[in-house]
Design a protein around this ligand. Structure first.
Ligand code: HEC
Ligand code: HEC
Ligand code: HEC
Ligand code: HEC
Length: 167
């Protein structure tokens, strides 16, 4: 008798909150998984990476010219038309013309330089999940040649270039 009563209490008061909690966990998980399947991640900007990769970030900001690539445009833009300046963005900013990438200084100031994500790809899903699967680790030199001319990539030689230009 006493045991049955105890179980009834358990079912009445303990089960409902437990069910709600597990439901919340399950729907959150499935939401994230569904989200990553149905959408393209957007760019978050290098500063967000600093939160978990401080050393890489500091080194990048100190040594890589990419981290100041917008100022290169500003330095020489005198005499260029608005259209010509936009032509610089595809290489000198992060994700220009791509989903969730650089749009303009006013709208997306955090993406104005060529940041981590020009090599590693848009970081939104990786940042939200911390899952290394959602970020590109290795990239073929063809990925660099989108912005760097083939001759230059060859002149640099790929290996030192990767380590000199990345972090
Ligand atoms: C909230 C924390 C967090 C943030 C923010 C974050 N990362 Fe990560 N990153 C991780 C963790 C955790 C790992 C896995 C570490 C490990 O396996 O040693 C990782 C691994 C990586 C790897 C290696 C992937 C591999 O396959 O081994 C790369 C590249 C990377 N991150 C790049 C980035 C970039 C670029 C950004 C910014 C867009 C970023 N991360 C932002 C947590 C984060
Ligand atoms: C989205 C375009 C883009 C991609 C992709 C890209 N780069 Fe760059 N990179 C630049 C720009 C722009 C600069 C010059 C920045 C400046 O001086 O204003 C640069 C500069 C460099 C430099 C000059 C040295 C320094 O101190 O920064 C090296 C080395 C380099 N990149 C290596 C690479 C490698 C290796 C890859 C491929 C893994 C790569 N880049 C991919 C745009 C790109
Ligand atoms: C196809 C990609 C691409 C486009 C488009 C592009 N750049 Fe660059 N730019 C680069 C790369 C890559 C470097 C680094 C070259 C290197 O050091 O090997 C660079 C370097 C520079 C530099 C630094 C030169 C130095 O040695 O300090 C300036 C300034 C510059 N670009 C201005 C511009 C301007 C202005 C535009 C638009 C009119 C533009 N770039 C368009 C890829 C590009
Ligand atoms: C020029 C391209 C390029 C840029 C820009 C770049 N990376 Fe990388 N990164 C690489 C390459 C290539 C590797 C792989 C090195 C290897 O595995 O041998 C790498 C490896 C990593 C790793 C894993 C291994 C390690 O060294 O810790 C992390 C984390 C990482 N990058 C984060 C970042 C962050 C954060 C930024 C910006 C602050 C950044 N990267 C900018 C090319 C780049």
């Amino acid at each position: 008798m006493k045991i049955a009563y105890f179980f009834r209490l358990l079912i009445r008061y303990l089960l409902p909150p437990l069910m709600i909690i597990s439901l919340v966990i399950i729907t959150n998980l499935t939401l994230t998984i569904a989200e990553t399947k149905n959408r393209t991640p957007h760019y978050v900007g290098s500063l967000v990476c600093k939160g978990c990769h401080k050393d890489v970030y500091d080194s990048f900001m100190t040594y890589a010219r990419k981290s100041r690539s917008f100022s290169s445009i500003e330095r020489v833009k005198k005499g260029l038309t608005e259209e010509e300046i936009k032509g610089c963005y595809s290489c000198h900013t992060t994700g220009y013309g791509k989903h969730g990438g650089f749009v303009s200084l006013e709208k997306t100031p955090h993406l104005k330089n060529a940041g981590c994500e020009v090599c590693h790809g848009p970081g939104e899903f990786h940042v939200k999940t911390k899952n290394p699967q959602f970020i590109k680790r290795r990239m073929p030199k063809e990925d660099c040649e989108i912005c760097h001319t083939t001759e230059r990539v060859r002149a640099f030689r790929y290996k030192p270039m990767i380590h000199g230009g990345a972090h």
